[in-house]
Design a protein around this ligand. Sequence first.
Ligand code: CA
Length: 254
Amino acid sequence: MSTPEGRLRILIVEDEESYREALQAGLSKEGYEVELAADGLEGLKQFAARPPDLVLLDVLLPGMHGTEVCRRMREIAPVPVIMVSALDSEVDIVLGLELGAADYVTKPYRLRELTARIQAVLRRVSPPPSLPATGARPVPVSPTEIVVAGPVQVDFARREVSLAGRTVHLSRREFDLLALLLAPPGQVRTRDELIDLLWSGRDLADTRTLDTHIRRLRVKLESDPADPRFLVTVRGVGFRFDTDGRGRPDRTGS
Ligand code: CA
């Protein structure tokens, strides 16, 4: 995977030119061979053609979302991926989706901090030859956060959800949808955003699929699914998870 000169190759998927240029200059100086892609599809293409030693992947990318790019890369080759996000709330999403990212950093970051993370991840995936081979797999980040929203408690590390203290069993998609609505609670997520994040690039996903999952979540979490107090519809926009459970009629709808 590394170059004939033994330099490690890092693929940077980043749509902001200023970041791309700064990273290329900074990481080349650190002795890495740097490859650049300006969007997710281009990044995937380069990744598949010649898997690098490590990927720096921006979360918010035009076209295909970074979370989906990460998922697909992980299907192609076990290369460690460091996710780069501009918002703390995105970190929750990234962690909640269990993409298998090796680490994440939040913008703005210092180059020194980033190279330290890169070195740590590379050390983790390529232990010295004396170590047993079982240590060679990337270790996914374990989020420790527990979010409490009204009667609902979500343990992201265990992917466990409880309602008023009782365990609720959710499918993977239902959990991911709930995680998105709780990052942070109360924030409106548009239909497009949810569909894009959960089913990006898959033809069968449409607004009906989303509605089905919303309905299932309501059946599992609401005392009256037909008149939801927590998982409320924001008419004409999308959905929101209210922690106060008043299910107040929205004023943002069209
Ligand atoms: Ca971006």
